[in-house]
Ligand binder design. Structure first.
Ligand code: HPA
Length: 247
């Protein structure tokens, strides 16, 4: 029987995960470089899990300097069967205010200059993969069922707009994203999602809205405001992850 091993990639506000029983950790070297930081292997809710902080721990790597390819290759080397990504985002859609948890179903990529494929003709021969539906349907369903089970209100749709950062967007940029159909904005959703697909690892994202996107509230966006939402919001995300693993 194939045993399950779920990887959790933690983002801003989730550089460490309390709950799992960690038995091993270390930076992993791959042919494309090293992981963002220590990769933790252990058990949680009776499941084999792997945890990796995308920005390193402490949080130091900016979104455009993360070696997404090394992170994904390392998770493949460890034999993970699925990846749940956690992303802090800005909310654009009216239903996606601060503190809201969203399981996005689509994305638009605005990032540039990132190593965004394994099929570059050097590491692997050129190939064109289907990416019509970037997030794994079964994994999304499992997350939504787990949210339902622990009576956590989550939003079951959302188009994630992946921007370059590390600065936040202008009001006009958010207006453009909204016109493009984006409901959320974040800096790390791509190329992580496509690299997982290239490796055929089911991938879904749990987004926590930590601020209204630029122009969606009266004031400026401050890190203090973001940190205040992260504290309570990530605890809810942690509960959702635990419930998902136990299903
Ligand atoms: N924009 C982009 N990325 C983000 C934001 C935002 O407003 N908030 C958290 N990550």
């Amino acid at each position: 029987m194939m045993t399950e091993k779920i990887a959790i990639i933690g983002g801003t506000g989730l550089t460490q995960l309390s709950g799992p029983d960690i038995r091993q950790q270390g930076v992993i070297a791959t042919p494309l470089g090293e992981t963002s930081g220590q990769v933790c292997e252990g058990t949680w809710q009776g499941q084999e899990i792997v945890f990796l902080a995308r920005h390193g721990h402490p949080h130091s790597l900016p979104p455009h300097h993360i070696n997404y390819r090394a992170n994904l290759l390392a998770l493949q080397q460890l034999g993970v069967s699925a990846i749940i990504a956690v992303n802090a985002v800005g909310g654009i859609h009216a239903d996606m205010g601060s503190g809201r948890i969203v399981i996005p179903d689509q994305l638009v990529d605005y990032t540039w200059g990132r190593e965004s494929t394994f099929f570059d003709g050097k590491f692997k021969a050129l190939d064109h993969i289907d990416f019509s539906h970037p997030y794994d349907a079964a994994l999304r369903t499992r997350l939504l069922a787990a949210a339902n089970q622990c009576e956590l209100s989550v939003c079951d749709f959302g188009v994630y707009g992946a921007t370059q950062g590390p600065r936040l967007e202008t009001v006009a940029e958010i207006r453009r994203l909204e016109n493009d159909g984006c409901d959320l904005v974040g800096m790390t959703g791509m190329p992580e999602a496509v690299l997982a697909r290239e490796l055929a690892i089911p991938y879904a994202s749990v987004c926590l809205v930590v601020n209204p996107a630029a122009g969606k509230s009266d004031g400026e966006i401050t890190m203090d405001e973001i940190r205040a939402v992260l504290a309570g919001g990530m605890e809810q995300v942690r509960q959702l992850l635990a419930a998902t693993l136990s299903r």
